[in-house]
Design a protein around this ligand. Structure first.
Ligand SMILES: Cc1cc2nc3c(=O)[nH]c(=O)nc-3n(C[C@H](O)[C@H](O)[C@H](O)COP(=O)(O)OP(=O)(O)OC[C@H]3O[C@@H](n4cnc5c(N)ncnc54)[C@H](O)[C@@H]3O)c2cc1C
Ligand code: FES
Ligand code: FES
Length: 486
């Protein structure tokens, strides 16, 4: 790490180098864009739900190559975009528009970017509030050849309706991009160098560190015991933007190569804690069907481009969607701290509401998921389910994941039932698992298991669902699993 603390952050916005001084590193990129006069990027919800604030950054994709990635600028802290290239809807036309000039000289239709032209041609915009966000989601997808419904699943439109926007996506899906942005990707670097930025915020010093090695992360945590780790900032970003939470020292994990690897051995797959979910989605597809399914329903593209597994576990939330899947898969955590490394089953990690076994100065390094079948088993039955108030981009009421290994006679040799949203922590139904082992995988066994599941948890009633509804889901989701796999 540099010894000297930097007092400015540099980044590139729409091709223009920008130097940021005297700004809190926890200020969101959206706030900075708008305060600095780049008001084409809009704020809707300010919490990652509507996509109005979507911008594109260049970052490493699942293949390690530079890609445009749609992200929510209302969640991403300024420190996290240091040295990055940021693109906004008012900077992607064919001609260069200086940031103060566009009002004086309106852009003509032939100067628009192809995704902008498509939105104009299909009538994809009325009030236009959501439009810059849709444009940037489509822009990022355009260069990956994937403009479709999924590329705009994180963008809400309240007045135009989605059919014209879908048509715009279909229109640009047919084009082969060969323009200055495609060329820019070829020469872009995704390597992030170490950063140590400091500023004075109303008499409070604030620091943002972006080390590149795990040992440096651990040293910094020793040096600043009150520091906060930040990975994708999709959870922490909310604290920054909505709750105006003050973070004197942030330690970013996103440039630490050791935390960004996915490795496979004969026994397990190890996923680095700072690997974004979109990389897991692309690189491990088909290996763990229950993980594929849950990631599919996890937030939307902009969030999955940033959110990490370490962050999902690190929040200690009882409604994190991935812990139930990882519990069912018997995942283990690799932790590193001042006294070395240790591993532990995820099942032992959560100790109470948002309480974990993580000790001061410790960091989650990786998650190991075994890929071996129980000895004697011939088949693995596995699936996950998420029940929320709406299909996509919503928090779970209950999430569940099941793994059942059976032998050739259909006898259950191994069972794991992981749940979220039913207790103070993500949790396994261990008594039901014990009952299932040795039983035949048939309707009678499931009926008996349902009686046990009814009494397994005492969930709470909250805004999302009543305790009774949750209890019902615990039982019915397991029955659904049986019906699908019987
Ligand atoms: C619009 C929106 C939709 C969402 N939808 C979902 C959803 O469908 N399902 C779901 O489960 N969650 C959802 N979330 C919550 C959030 O995206 C996830 O919890 C995500 O996995 C957090 O990862 P992150 O890298 O962004 O974590 P960050 O925000 O960077 O960090 C979260 C916490 O984890 C700690 N942390 C991060 N990495 C580590 C590490 N390696 N070791 C120790 N501690 C660490 C941080 O200190 C912090 O306390 C949503 C959030 C938003 C804004
Ligand atoms: S303002 Fe709604 S997602 Fe950012
Ligand atoms: S055009 Fe008005 S919200 Fe989409």
């Amino acid at each position: 790490m540099p010894q000297q603390l930097d007092v400015e952050l540099s980044l590139t916005i729409n091709g223009e180098p920008v130097s940021v001084k005297a700004c809190s590193p926890a200020m969101t990129l959206l706030e900075y864009l708008r305060l600095s006069g780049r008001a084409g990027t809009k704020e809707g919800c300010g919490d990652g739900d509507c996509g109005a604030c979507t911008v594109a950054i260049i970052g490493a994709g699942a293949d390690g190559q530079p890609h445009y990635q749609a992200v929510n600028s209302c969640l991403i802290p300024l420190g996290a975009v240091a040295e990055r290239q940021v693109f906004t809807a008012d900077g992607i036309t064919q001609c260069h528009i200086p940031k103060d000039a566009f009002v004086k000289e309106p852009v003509t239709v032939d100067q628009l970017h192809p995704v902008q032209s498509a939105m104009v041609e299909t009538g994809g915009s009325q009030c236009g509030y959501c439009t810059p966000g849709f444009i940037m989601s489509l822009f990022a997808a355009y260069y990956d050849g994937t403009p479709d419904d999924l590329s705009v699943e994180g963008n809400l439109c309240r007045c135009t309706g989605y059919i014209p926007i879908r048509r715009a996506a279909q229109m640009v899906a047919q084009a082969a991009p060969q323009d200055r942005f495609a060329e820019q990707l070829l020469s872009a670097s995704t390597v992030l160098s170490p950063l140590a930025y400091t500023t004075d915020n109303n008499g409070h010093s604030e620091q943002f560190y972006r080390p590149t090695q795990l040992s440096e992360v651990l040293d910094l945590m020793q040096q600043y015991p009150d520091a906060t780790l930040v990975a994708g900032a999709t959870d922490l970003g909310l604290e920054m933007s909505w709750h105006r939470q003050h973070y004197p020292t942030l330690i970013s994990l996103e440039a630490v190569a050791e935390l960004k690897q996915i490795q496979q051995t004969d026994e397990f797959v190890e996923i680095g804690a700072a690997v974004p979910l979109s990389h897991i989605e692309a690189n491990l597809h088909g290996l763990f069907p229950s993980l594929d399914e849950m990631i599919h329903w996890f937030a939307a593209r902009q969030v999955r481009n940033r959110a990490t597994l370490g962050g999902n576990i690190g929040t200690g939330s009882p409604i994190g969607d991935l812990p139930p899947v990882l519990l069912a898969l018997d995942a283990r955590l690799r932790l590193a701290g001042p006294s070395g490394e240790r591993t532990m089953p995820l099942a032992d990690f959560f100790t109470g509401y948002r309480q974990t076994e993580l000790q001061p100065g410790e960091v989650i390094v990786a998650v190991q998921i075994p890929q071996t079948l129980t000895p004697g088993a011939t088949r693995r039955l596995t699936q996950s389910y998420k029940i929320g108030k709406r299909g996509t981009d919503d928090i779970s009421i209950v999430a569940a994941a099941f793994v059942v290994d059976v032998d050739s006679r259909n006898t259950i040799l191994h069972a794991r039932l992981g749940y979220g949203g039913v207790a103070a922590t993500p949790v396994r139904a261990t008594a039901v698992e014990a009952f299932l082992v040795g039983q035949p995988w048939n309707a009678e066994t499931i009926q008996a298991a349902k009686l046990l599941l009814k009494e397994a948890f005492t969930p709470l009633t909250d805004l999302r669902g009543s305790a009774d509804y949750r209890k019902l889901l615990v039982v019915n989701l397991f029955e659904k699993f049986f019906v699908e796999f019987s």
